[in-house]
Design a protein around this ligand. Sequence first.
Ligand SMILES: [Zn+2]
Length: 321
Amino acid sequence: MASPSQRRAAIEPAGGEKRKQEPPVEEPAAKRVKTAANNFQRHTIFWYDDGSVFLQFGTTRMKLYRQRLALNSVWFKELFQKSDELGVPIDVVDGLKLFYLEPTGVSLTDFEALLIAMEDGIEYSFSKPTFPVLASIIRAASALNFPKYLSFATTVLECSLPDKLDKVTKKPVPYAADAIVFARTQGLQQLLKRAFYDLARTESFENSATEKHPVHKLDPADLVRLLCLQKRLTVAWLQAVAPPPINCIKSGCSVKAFMVPSAVVQEYYLDPICGIGELRKWNWAEKGHCVHCQDARPRWLREQQMTCWKNIDELLDLGDE
Ligand SMILES: [Zn+2]
């Protein structure tokens, strides 16, 4: 029996090695069926000798517990009750039903991720699944109606791409482009705002024309949105570092004359949310602001930050939420 880490390693291609498959197993001649059932490989992990149902993806066959699948999936429960009505080809092998799952459109990799979450879900309370694994779980759980696992993976993904202003940290997620494509295909709008922001501030895409950069996966409309967003972010930042429209007649107050150092301006030209966050933390009294302005300037900066974040909704057609 594979350990939890072995199972996770099997679907997380960290080492780039594809797992080895056992050689094809031939059924006893008397029990051969006429379809591709003769030529298959046992899944190296999901083959339980006392399993009660066979599932096959391509030429890879699994032997699993029917009851466990039915308990977690509305779709499997229905499949086992009304086998003929869901358009899934069926054979009988060794007295057990064998279902060919190609018509579901679910890939072997996605289904494996879902099974691992079922088997070793407790492991994920110590280390969160990666983005590709979460995407796999969501695709499979959505197509085959595993509500508990769909909810779990969607919630974890939402937490990794929160759309709240105060959750924006300096480090962008590395899978922002993939997250946008995934959010579009799965109808998960709530992931778009943070994913777009993180992609927009990640880099200038100077090398992406010739290299295989994930930004190429975006559809043309989203690429245009990305370019518009980068422009808007830069404009928002340049406004934030300009002197604020604060009326001050105190002699000696620096509010109108103070210049944000150019190194700071350059550092955040695509990341006004974090840039403004830095400015808000500054000690403006030390920078020559009077008592009134050392309070008014961070307040004005906060308004700029909130406006910048809110304006992204309009660009992405995200509505009021
Ligand atoms: Zn002042």
